[in-house]
Design a protein around this ligand. Structure first.
Ligand code: SF4
Length: 326
């Protein structure tokens, strides 16, 4: 690892001041330290946020503010989260390992980088790590890669679980920077690669995530389904976060987000519109999958994700609508 200077910020104000001098912020370090060891990133300065005031979960009207430093373990164990937004707790617990969840934070989790193997291997062409060098994954081992939101430059999948649940829950990312505070709906936080895959999200230089706000709970049936190669400690091949309400035998409300499928956490309002107002049945679920996958493109080894997500969607909708009717 390249030598670097470590600063300990003791407040958000101090961290923002430090970031202005250059460097990168670190919280749990569960992804950044790996990237530094492999020299995928090699900052001269690292600014630790762990002594700042961002470690609390607080009520926000009927919603909840989750500080950027709240660990994944603490968030998933919080009784308010478990009671009102169980989808978030389930998604977090489906990710990583207990040791990692004890260390990984809410803000850091949102900023984690892709797990594309070529991104982590500095001998390989990768437009995300080294813009203009090419994309070894397109014709390489692309089993875990995206089938939606890809570009000629990059087909890397967004890897996380927590953000998929937050997307279905309409969370808002709270950000501060030199120009002040701003709020970014999570649907607008991550960037599809386009012709600049080097930027994963819309954070500007010097900006920090300070927290995530969850709006009031919906009271719907909430399911997180993750399909992966082994039952523990594996990234999603495909995952679904569903928050659904039934009324008089019909789907009255439906929020549906997907992981493992797109270059960003994926939500398509057209899919939800197919379902809302309808009586659940297999043909309806198949139609929703057809709309979701209209523009899907496989790259060889990840072609299986297309039929896989259609089956996972049908199973999840079937489970939710049966539960919602009970
Ligand atoms: Fe790099 Fe993206 Fe291609 Fe992976 S898919 S090698 S991250 S450009």
């Amino acid at each position: 690892m390249k030598a670097f200077v470590l600063d300990h910020a003791t407040s958000v104000k101090g961290a923002l001041h430090s970031l202005k001098q250059g460097g990168v912020a670190i919280a749990g370090g569960t992804n950044l330290v790996d990237l530094m060891k492999l020299q995928v990133v090699a900052p001269d300065r690292v600014i630790s946020l762990r002594r700042t005031e961002l470690g609390d979960i607080t009520a926000d009207g009927e919603g909840l503010n989750i500080g950027a430093l709240v660990t994944n373990a603490d968030c998933a164990a919080d009784m308010r989260v478990r009671g009102n937004w169980p989808l978030l707790a389930k998604a977090i617990l489906a990710g990583a390992s207990p040791q990692l969840r004890n260390r990984a934070t809410t803000g850091g989790n949102l900023c984690q980088r892709t797990r594309c193997g070529y991104f982590y291997d500095t001998t390989q062409a990768c437009n995300k790590r080294d813009p203009g060098s090419g994309c070894a994954a397109r014709n390489g081992f692309n089993r875990i890669h995206a089938v939606l939101g890809t570009s000629d430059s990059c087909i890397a999948t967004y890897p996380g679980d927590m953000a998929i649940a937050m997307l279905a829950l309409d969370a808002v990312v709270l950000v501060e920077g030199a120009a002040g505070a701003r709020e970014i709906p999570i649907a607008a936080f991550h960037r599809t690669p386009g012709d600049d895959p080097s930027r994963d999200n819309v954070l500007e230089a010097g900006e920090l995530i300070t927290g995530v706000r969850l709006p009031a709970p919906t009271g719907g049936v909430q399911i997180y389904r993750k399909v992966r190669d082994r039952a523990s400690y594996a990234f999603a091949l495909v995952s679904l976060a569903l928050d659904l309400t039934m009324e008089e035998g019909r789907i009255a409300r439906c929020a549906l987000a997907f992981g493992g499928l797109g270059t960003v956490p994926w939500r398509d309002p057209a899919v939800e519109q197919v379902l809302i107002g309808e009586t659940p049945n297999p043909a309806l679920f198949a139609k929703a999958a057809e709309v979701l996958l209209m523009d899907a493109q496989g790259f060889g080894k990840n072609d299986f994700k297309i039929p896989l997500v259609a089956r996972a969607l049908a199973a999840t909708l079937n489970e939710a609508t049966r539960t919602g009717r009970a």
